[in-house]
Design a protein around this ligand. Structure first.
Ligand SMILES: NC(=O)c1ccc[n+]([C@@H]2O[C@H](COP(=O)([O-])OP(=O)(O)OC[C@H]3O[C@@H](n4cnc5c(N)ncnc54)[C@H](OP(=O)(O)O)[C@@H]3O)[C@@H](O)[C@H]2O)c1
Length: 220
């Protein structure tokens, strides 16, 4: 699959490297051609830099790895409002939070819903925002693999996202529709605060066995 990564920073490069290792083709774009080229070189020989206006037509699936305050601008660069991403799975990894306090910055809704509003017709899935890009691929035992919470309104886009997350070595849990994205984004602030307090967030939530609640295991 050709994964189009919108972004040139740390997450764009680390996710790109992980998916390239899983034999996906990677294209990258962003607002600065030099940084796009440098990011593609970091991802590896099979990754290609592309111009923003040629990006959407070449990508089978799009991953958004942009800072919150540049999110709308970046989506406009690739023609989101003109429908260039319509019908495509668009995975939003944005953390729209004040990193000092963990507070979610949008007054209402979420970064993922902003993506859906700007990228007309895109099938947006919130995913991967809680994990550092350098976490991937997970190479430990399958039974201990991380569970990535995802949400979105389109079943096929959720399945495609779950498949790409499986390629990173992780499992997924579907929280619900895109309306659940704000809660997922707020969780990032909580995780950051636990880390800042010197603890491992993995041990800061209750150990709940879904089997005992009759809800079954994570999707995959
Ligand atoms: N790093 C991680 O491990 C990680 C993990 C999970 C989620 N996230 C989230 O993923 C997003 C990217 O994180 P990062 O660590 O990769 O950040 P980063 O290294 O600072 O990169 C930020 C990206 O956003 C772009 N950008 C910023 N303002 C822009 C604007 N006005 N218009 C267009 N593009 C703009 C930058 O482009 P330029 O290069 O041109 O400045 C760059 O491509 C953030 O929302 C972050 O919270 C990151």
């Amino acid at each position: 699959m050709k994964i189009g990564i919108l972004g040139t920073g740390n997450l764009a490069v680390t996710l790109g490297q992980a998916w390239a290792r899983a034999a996906h083709s990677i294209i990258l774009t962003g607002r600065n051609a030099d940084r796009v080229k440098a990011a593609a070189e970091q991802v590896g020989a099979t990754a290609m830099p592309v111009e923003p206006d040629r990006f959407a037509e070449q990508a089978d699936v799009v991953v958004v790895a942009i800072a919150w305050d540049g999110l709308e601008h970046a989506l406009r660069l690739v023609g989101g409002p003109d429908g260039t991403l319509a019908g495509k799975t668009v995975i939003d990894c944005t953390n729209p939070v004040d990193f000092a306090t963990g507070r979610v910055l949008p007054e209402t809704d979420s970064a993922a819903e902003l993506v859906a509003g700007v990228a007309a017709g895109a099938h947006v899935v919130k995913a991967l925002h809680l994990f550092a890009g350098a976490s991937w691929p997970f190479v430990g035992e399958a039974g201990t693999s991380p569970v990535v919470a995802i949400c979105g309104d389109d079943g096929e886009a959720l399945s495609q996202t779950a498949s790409l997350i499986a390629d990173l070595g992780a499992r997924t849990a579907v929280l619900g529709g895109l309306a659940a994205a704000r809660q997922a984004e707020e969780a990032a602030g909580f995780v950051m605060r636990v880390v800042a307090a010197g603890a491992n967030p993995r041990f800061a939530v209750p150990d709940v066995d879904p089997a005992l609640l009759g809800t079954g295991p994570a999707d995959r």
